[in-house]
Design a protein around this ligand. Structure first.
Ligand code: 3EB
Length: 292
C-alpha cells in the first residue's frame, strides 16, 4: 500500500538474518555493512557506532530468554569497545498476545529486560517496542565508542521505569530520549512516543486525539526547557527532526497519520510509516525519530 505522498506502508516483519542492515533503523542512512557475528549476535561498526541485532526465538514465554540476551548484549558492547548504548528497538511477535503463564507478551518481555538492567545498572537508553509479524523477539541496538550520553524524560509523562504495577509486574526500562554529545555535534534519539499522559493512555479509540497528544509529547521532550533541566544545552522543535517513523496499528489510518505527520514535522523531515501492533492494545500510533 502506498500513501498519498509515496510513503510505502510496510508490514513490519523483519527477517532475522538481515535485521538492522535491512531496516536502516539507526537514522544514519541504510548503509550498514553486514559485519561479524558472535554466537547469535550480529554486529557492524561504522563511523564510531556499533549496531547489533539478535533474535530470541519464538517461545511460550520470554522473560528469562530476554534477560539472558540483554546480558549478552551488554557484554558485547563492552568487549568490542562501544560501552554507551544510545538506542534500542524491539520487534515483538504477538506483542498483545498471552504467554503460557497468562501474562501479555509485552509485559513478559519487560520483566526480562528489567531484570537485565537491574543486574548492570545501565543508563536507560531510548527505545521502541512494537509488534512484528515475525515470531519471537527481535532486538536491535545502537551504541557508541565516545561521547556523553544523557537520558531525557518527559515532564508530561511518568518515567516508564516508574510506571505503576497496573501496567505489568516490571516497568519498561527506557528513557523518553537520549542526547549524545560528541566532538562532531549532538544527536537526539527520540524513543517511541505515544498518547500517554502521566502513565495512562489518553484518547483511547480517538486517532486525532492520540496524534495531537503524541506530537505534544514529542515537543515537550525535545524543547530547550526540558533539555536544560537535564543539563543539555540544546533545544529543538518538530521541524528539526531529520527522520521519523510512525508505527500505525490500523492500516486504514495510514492516510490520516501520514497527513498529520507531514503537517506537524514539515517538509524537511523524512517520514516512514509502518503497520505494526503497539505495546498497549489501546494505542493507535507511536512516533520515533532522530535529530542530528
Ligand atoms: C510508552 O510510552 C509507549 O518498552 O521499550 C514506547 C517506547 C513504548 C518504548 C519500550 C514502549 C517502549 O509506554 C510504549
Amino acid at each position: 500500500m502506498t500513501g498519498s505522498l509515496g510513503v510505502a506502508l510496510e508490514e513490519l516483519d523483519l527477517p532475522s538474518a538481515d535485521l538492522g542492515v535491512h531496516t536502516g533503523l539507526a537514522g544514519f542512512g541504510d548503509a550498514w555493512l553486514t559485519g561479524r557475528s558472535e554466537g547469535r549476535l550480529r554486529y557492524a561498526e561504522e563511523g564510531g557506532f556499533l549496531f547489533v541485532s539478535a533474535v530470541v526465538p519464538p517461545s511460550v514465554r520470554y522473560a528469562e530468554a530476554v534477560r539472558a540476551l540483554y546480558a549478552e548484549l551488554f557484554a558485547l558492547t563492552k568487549r568490542v569497545g562501544y560501552p554507551t548504548i544510545c538506542r534500542l528497538w524491539h520487534y515483538i511477535g504477538r506483542i498483545n498476545g498471552t504467554t503460557a503463564d497468562g501474562l501479555e507478551t509485552y509485559r513478559d518481555f519487560c520483566v526480562g529486560r528489567a531484570l537485565a538492567f537491574e543486574e548492570v545498572g545501565a543508563t536507560m537508553p531510548a527505545a521502541s517496542a512494537v509488534g512484528s509479524a515475525h515470531e519471537g523477539v527481535s532486538v536491535c541496538l545502537l551504541a557508541t565508542r565516545a561521547g556523553a550520553l544523557t537520558a531525557i524524560e518527559n515532564p508530561l509523562q511518568v518515567p516508564a521505569y516508574r510506571y505503576p504495577g497496573q501496567h505489568g509486574p516490571k516497568s519498561p526500562s527506557f528513557s523518553r530520549a537520549t542526547y549524545l554529545r560528541q566532538d562532531a555535534g549532538g544527536t537526539l534519539f527520540l524513543s517511541g512516543t505515544a498518547s500517554i499522559l502521566g502513565h495512562e493512555t489518553a484518547h483511547p479509540g480517538d486517532l486525532a486525539g492520540q496524534l495531537a497528544t503524541t506530537f505534544g509529547n514529542v515537543e515537550a521532550v525535545v524543547h530547550e526547557r526540558n533539555l536544560a533541566r537535564h543539563g543539555v544545552d540544546a533545544g529543538f522543535g518538530l521541524a528539526d527532526f531529520d527522520r521519523v517513523t510512525a508505527y500505525v496499528r490500523h492500516a486504514d489510518d495510514l492516510a490520516a497519520v501520514e497527513a498529520s505527520c507531514r503537517a506537524a514535522f514539515g517538509a524537511g523531515t523524512a517520514v516512514r510509516l509502518l503497520r505494526a501492533d503497539l505495546c498497549r492494545s489501546d494505542l493507535l500510533v507511536e512516533v520515533e525519530g532522530v535529530i542530528t
